[in-house]
Design a protein around this ligand. Structure first.
Ligand code: 0WD
Length: 276
């Protein structure tokens, strides 16, 4: 039981397809005690069975990260119900639709501000406000994507947000290391979730990744969950500021793999004429 005796809070479960749910299940299976948050009343109703499934008891709190007062209230609830905690999972992102398709140059300023606020600044704010209840051997985990490092069609504004998020992880890791707090990110391969549905032709990304990743498949929330759990556990006690890819190896590829004909000439392994 790798997480036995560990307590933590998970932000960003929207439903059972959420990456945060995969991480929560992995932590529960390894003995962690958890609290989860819901975005608003609609999600409260939907998440009630999930909170029961994760054995949260009363540790089921509202938190819309765009409302600073809800983050402050979250700290008070944790203090009252749990005392100190050992981990935080921040699995939250949002960008208005205009930022997830169309011409990049046309991204409106208000969409940019919203995406950076919800998807990046919220990590800083959550960690700062919850710091008084974090134990001196604690771990913070956030979720990133390859589109924050390289161009990915339609990822547009969220790509800029993930680049900022990954840099935020490094600066937070340095700043909080002296307090015994580690900060890392998992960069997950594409998974069909509610948030992913907002990205234009997401099914193309899934097919492209499965076709070109060394392991020739897509990742599941449970695979991301296991790797996330490692970063939350003492198994990773010397790891901080890291962006850890859980993407079947897709990120290592410079060009698509090719086959070679009898003359040693490259042929395209993936049938480029197929509409994928
Ligand atoms: O392919 C994917 N699905 C990948 C997702 C690949 C790599 C990374 N990620 C990232 C996302 O960018 C995000 O940071 O993983 C994180 C979790 O995303 P998810 O599991 O794919 O998506 P989802 O199940 O929708 O959870 C994200 C949740 C929201 O759901 P909705 O569908 O309502 O956007 O983030 C939460 C909300 O529960 N969220 C908020 N929570 C608090 N305050 C807020 C907010 N203002 N806005 C969104």
């Amino acid at each position: 039981m790798i997480m036995k005796g560990k307590k933590g809070i998970i932000l960003g479960i929207a439903n059972k397809k959420s990456i945060a749910y995969g991480i929560a299940k992995a932590c529960q299976e390894q003995g962690a005690e958890m609290a989860i948050t819901f975005l608003n009343e609609r999600f409260e109703r939907k998440l009630t069975p999930i909170a029961e499934d994760l054995e949260c008891g009363a540790r089921f709190y509202p938190c819309d990260v765009s409302k600073p007062e809800e983050i402050k209230a979250l700290k008070d609830s944790i203090e009252k119900d749990m005392g100190q905690i050992d981990f935080i999972v921040h699995s939250i992102a949002f960008a208005p639709k205009e930022g997830l398709g169309g011409r990049f140059v046309d991204i409106p300023k208000n969409a940019f501000d919203i995406a950076m606020d919800i998807s990046v600044y919220s990590l800083i704010e959550v960690v700062r406000e919850l710091k008084p209840v974090l134990s001196d051997n604690s771990s913070v985990l956030t979720l990133s994507y390859f589109g924050g490092v390289k161009y990915v069609p339609n990822y547009n504004l969220m790509g800029v947000a993930k680049a900022a998020l990954e840099m935020t992880v490094r600066y937070l890791a340095e700043d909080l290391g002296k307090d015994g707090i580690r900060v890392n990110a998992v960069s997950a391969g594409p998974i069909k979730t509610l948030a992913a549905a907002g990205i234009g032709d997401f099914s193309f990304l899934l097919k492209w990744n499965a076709a070109h990743a060394p392991l020739k498949k897509n990742v599941t929330i449970h695979e991301v969950g296991k790797s996330g759990m490692y970063l939350l556990s003492d198994l990773s006690s010397a790891v901080t500021g890291e962006v850890h890819y859980v993407d079947n190896g897709f990120n290592i590829m410079g060009l698509p793999a090719v086959d070679f004909d009898e003359k040693g000439k490259a042929t395209i392994a993936w049938n480029g004429t197929d509409k994928i």
